[in-house]
Design a binder for this molecule. Structure first.
Ligand code: ATP
Ligand code: MG
Length: 384
């Protein structure tokens, strides 16, 4: 409006009777004063929007950080996060606080100019108005091109992963040391995220599943069992913190942990030491099997111990593992070929890639890497 008033003001001032400008000047002054008041209000509300946005963003950032895999947090990343939370978010808030008013001005000013132009000369107004759809069309076209590229990438991601194992089946992962077997299980449990492709559980990308939901569905028995410095009871209870005593005992018996508890001074209250150092490897695995049994999750990730256990421990762990696998979807890294043989499906890994895939019989017939592995293990079993 101030812009519009400038026209009669200048006309009167430059015309034959400059005194006529006085009422127009008063009107112009009032319009500028009104603008100042409105501008103050808009700046204040921009600030308010910014603060609200900042609060919301902090919330979402916090939730996102909680969902990231543990392996994501290295020293550089932690620095990045604190820089982002400190500086980055404040900058983002500044967008609303300081750019909201200019944004509205950018929208309103051209409209005002078009209106004023039309009022004084309709041809000029029409020309300015006709330019608007052209600008809008160009903007819409660029936005659509970006969106199409995004959608393409998303679709390719979706296609990349085929279904490897069906519900209720057992998948055995076999391969030489360092092939990436443990890494594969860690990706499934989202200790790490993939750089390319996707890991899906029940058709859903694990990155889209909240940590609690994913962890509630997966029970993990890894060969480097890490126990928390505490009692055996505390370590087993981690599987399901609200479990009753009877359930705890049942799980311990099924995992043949009861024998260990009987032997140890203090029983259930015996301390396992930092990382479980006071227990033997086989005993540690029994604790983690009991924990997994108590958890009763539909999916079991199992990484068999590489080092040989004594026959008693070996049989006990084997028995516990059999009970744990019953009725569940299992992905296991198996070193004992008799465990592998019973799997519904076997993948042979080497150098981080699946080189063979199929059932035990199919892979034996093929006479490839798996068949070679099998023959060596049969020969060494025969020698013993
Ligand atoms: N950050 C990393 N980047 C790339 N490679 C890595 C990284 N960390 C470990 N590796 C390598 O990845 C490979 C796979 O290790 P992984 O523990 O999955 O093997 P594995 O098949 O479980 O072997 P084993 O049978 O001995 O347990 C190893 O050669 C390891 O050195
Ligand atoms: Mg391993």
């Amino acid at each position: 409006m101030s812009y519009a008033l400038l026209v009669p003001v200048l006309r009167a001032l430059l015309g034959s009777t400059p005194a006529d400008a006085v009422p127009w000047l008063v009107a112009f002054g009032s319009a500028v004063a009104l603008y100042a008041v409105l501008r103050y209000i808009s700046d204040l509300s921009g600030m308010r929007v910014g603060t609200t946005m900042l609060r919301g963003t902090y919330h979402r950032l916090g939730e996102h950080l909680a969902r990231l895999p543990l392996g994501w947090y290295n020293a550089a990343r932690i620095g990045e996060v604190s820089a982002l939370a400190g500086r980055g978010l404040l900058q983002a808030m500044g967008v609303a606080a300081h750019l909201l008013a200019p944004f509205i001005a950018a929208l309103v000013t051209p409209l005002t100019i078009v209106a004023v132009m039309t009022a004084f000369n309709w041809r000029m107004g029409l020309a300015a108005l006709l330019a608007a759809p052209v600008v809008a069309a160009i903007q819409a076209w660029t936005a659509r091109a970006t969106a199409t590229a995004d959608a393409d990438r998303h679709e390719r991601d979706q296609e990349a992963g085929g279904r490897v194992i069906e519900e209720g089946q057992r998948l055995a992962v076999v391969g030489p040391s360092g092939a990436g077997k443990s890494t594969l299980l860690q990706l499934l449990a989202r200790f790490y995220d993939v750089d390319a492709g996707a890991v899906r559980v029940g058709g859903v990308d694990v990155r889209q599943i909240s940590t609690e939901t994913l962890m509630a569905r997966i029970a993990i028995v890894f060969h480097e069992v890490y126990l928390f410095d505490g009692t055996i009871e505390e370590n087993v209870r981690l599987g399901r913190p609200d479990a009753g005593v009877a359930e705890m005992r049942a799980a311990a018996t099924a995992a043949r942990l009861d024998e260990v508890i009987e032997r140890l001074p203090g029983g259930w209250a015996a301390n396992v030491g930092e990382g479980g150092a006071l227990l033997s490897g086989g005993e540690r695995q029994r604790v983690s099997i009991a924990r997994a049994l108590l958890k009763n999750a539909p999916i079991v990730l199992l990484d068999e111990v590489t080092s040989a256990l004594d026959p008693v421990n070996e049989a006990a762990v084997h028995e516990g593992v059999q009970r744990l696998m019953a009725g569940r979807t299992v992905v296991m890294v198996a070193h004992r070929m008799r465990t592998v043989r019973r799997a519904d499906r076997i993948v042979f890994l080497d150098g981080g890639r699946i080189v063979e895939e199929g059932s035990h019989d199919e892979l034996l017939d093929r006479g490839g890497r798996y068949a070679g592995f099998w023959n060596i293990s049969m020969a060494s079993a025969a020698r013993e």
